[in-house]
Design a protein around this ligand. Structure first.
Ligand code: AMP
Ligand code: MG
Ligand code: MG
Length: 339
């Protein structure tokens, strides 16, 4: 068959290139050391210049090529002309060449809803920056850099893996494709390693850009927030009877841990996570047979008019979702009602 690939494949392929551009912006702002931090609702809810520029880049680039789609970005920004150097026109060729799942082959542009988190893990991004720029002997890691860094720096820069760019594509209320760029992937590897990577997936087609792995044996490794915890969150984690608990930043990062066999469940019994945090991760997780729901086991919807807050928490797994749902304490179910 000739002609251009189906709309959804063109959109995902643009989103891939746009997410890479946003990742480059996120690296550049960190390198500059001028983060331009603004508190949104408080000290644990921040916005930086990287969040602002990356969102401008993503939204302007996608809406220029797909003028009828609805795009919902995390950051509230004044509507102004976006600098031309922030526009990305590229499309990932390997995505254009994949065959589109039949159910997505004839979708209408005006019914797409794209959820954008230009920088997920902003809290950890700012902490890593503080660490790096207060130690003058240390450079921001780049290809070929010396890896013999002081121990304290190695610790604080571990935070950079928490940072991701999330572009989630929804149709009919469902997350049907997702792109995650991890701008600092490989930064601790040193010489010769390519910095940054992009993962993407579509239920019915598969997920790409990483090696799918499961946690070995029946170990329950729970991953949860490191900077937005409270008693309900920790009570719920404990109720899973985990063998191990990991506390890291970012919703995107935690879903990567699930699909790479580093964690068995992402448990967050709190209303802080939003639709732009979960749409792209959910699509990738579903593409490999995983599940993302609220604490009751109910799916979230991603229509343009839904409430942004995931008020009933986030529970995500690659396997055995029902076990984790069954362990959620009554106190959590009472406190966090499904929509
Ligand atoms: P975390 O696991 O703490 O990194 O949270 C995952 C995502 O949800 C990040 O984008 C956070 O900014 C967001 N989030 C979670 N809890 C809160 C909260 N209490 N206030 C603001 N954002 C939150
Ligand atoms: Mg986020
Ligand atoms: Mg964000």
């Amino acid at each position: 068959m000739s002609g251009s690939p189906p709309l959804v494949m063109r959109l995902v392929s643009s989103a891939y290139s746009v997410a890479e551009k946003a990742g480059a912006i996120v690296r550049k702002v960190l390198h500059s050391g001028e983060l331009g931090i603004v508190e949104k609702t408080g000290a644990n809810d921040l916005q930086t210049l990287a969040d602002r520029l990356a969102q401008q880049s993503i939204c302007a680039s996608l809406s220029r090529r797909f003028p009828k789609i609805t795009i919902i970005g995390e950051e509230e920004l004044p509507s102004e002309e976006v600098r031309e150097d922030l526009i990305e026109n590229g499309q990932a060729e390997e995505i254009l060449q994949k065959s589109c799942p039949a159910e997505f082959s004839e979708l209408k542009e005006e019914e797409f809803v794209v959820w954008v988190d230009p920088l997920d893990g902003t809290k950890e991004y700012t902490e890593a920056s503080r660490c790096l720029h207060h130690q003058t002997e240390v450079q921001i890691p780049h290809k070929g850099s010396d890896t013999s860094q002081p121990h304290s720096t190695a610790l604080c820069t571990g935070l950079l893996d928490n940072v991701t760019v999330l572009i989630g594509i929804a149709y009919g209320g469902r997350a049907i494709a997702g792109v995650i760029n991890q701008p600092f992937y490989n930064y601790q590897v040193g010489a010769g390693a390519h910095l940054g990577r992009t993962l993407w997936g579509m239920p019915g087609l598969g997920a790409f850009g990483f090696q799918l792995r499961e946690v070995p044996g029946d170990r329950r490794i729970v991953t949860t927030t490191r900077s937005h915890s409270n008693k309900l969150v920790t009570d719920c984690v404990d109720a899973m009877e985990p063998h191990e608990v990991i506390r890291v930043g970012g919703a995107g990062n935690k879903i990567i841990q699930l699909v790479e066999g580093k964690a068995s469940a992402y448990v967050f019994a709190s209303p802080g996570c939003k639709k732009w945090d979960t749409c792209a991760p959910e699509a990738i997780l579903h593409a490999v047979g995983g599940k993302l729901t609220d604490m009751h086991g109910n799916a979230y919807r991603y229509d343009a008019n839904v409430k942004h807050m995931n008020s009933a928490g986030v529970l995500a797994t690659l396997r055995n979702h029902e076990y984790y749902v069954s362990r959620v304490p009554h106190s959590v179910l009472q406190a966090l009602k499904s929509d």
